[in-house]
Design a protein around this ligand. Sequence first.
Ligand SMILES: C[S@@+](CC[C@H](N)C(=O)[O-])C[C@H]1O[C@@H](n2cnc3c(N)ncnc32)[C@H](O)[C@@H]1O
Length: 268
Amino acid sequence: MLPEWVPDGVDITTPNAARVYDYALGGFHNFEVDRRFAEDAERAWPGVIQLAHDNRAFLGRAVRWLAGNGIRQFLDIGSGIPTLGNVHEVAQYAAADARIVYVDIDPVAVAHSQRILAGNRHATAVQGDVRRPQDILGHPTVTDLLDFSRPIGVLMVAVLHFIGGPDDPARILREFADATVAGSYVAVSHSVPAEDAAGQENVRRLYQRTPTSLHVRTPAEVVGLLAGWQVLDPGLVPISDWHPDPEDADDPAQRSAFGGVARKLSTG
Ligand SMILES: C[S@@+](CC[C@H](N)C(=O)[O-])C[C@H]1O[C@@H](n2cnc3c(N)ncnc32)[C@H](O)[C@@H]1O
């Protein structure tokens, strides 16, 4: 029998990026097929589980930075299954009045987010596809909680590498830029070519078994996606180098994903 947190119709026979990432982070909302995938991936490319942790740490630092720069509304797209260091916890710790809407394509991610957010009047979760920005932007839950006449922090952390060229990720970013006011930001992280090219290629092949295949892009290509946004210092850099916390100074660098924060161009 399936656990009670599994929404109807979920395919538990195919690994899925949200649940694999949940397992990598030590979460419990995953199935045998996801755990096996994560372990195969770690064997094929040692360090990929650490990459998930480093990415989550980048997300936390980006949210803190945004809150520190006045952002009180977050639209977190490709938000994943809540595990550790969730955006609403980080944001509402920094600013109790912060509002957050989580958006994910995965029903398990959405159902679990809604469950843990029950009673939190300032945070909620909806199902949505980043490839369809207008559906997200026009979703009544999104427009009820977020005020688009004020700056918004859009988070697209470890999601754009699941979007292929034909879906035109630069168009996606421009649509979000067009929908937000000056003073808004976007935070992104993205897989980039790794030193262990063979290991990364093995993992890329493994992802072809999931509903969301992986598209590795060079840092220059990722910057090229940020249509309508201006990347801020220190630029799009290895995620471990982006405003590192002093206590992480001795951690090994994470160079197979780049991340950064960009501000909406005033002409964008
Ligand atoms: C690696 S997780 C990242 C989670 C979180 N953003 C973080 O960085 O900790 C990627 C998430 O993107 C979601 N995703 C993949 N394709 C998507 C799409 N087209 N629209 C929305 N979410 C998507 C997956 O379901 C998964 O939860």
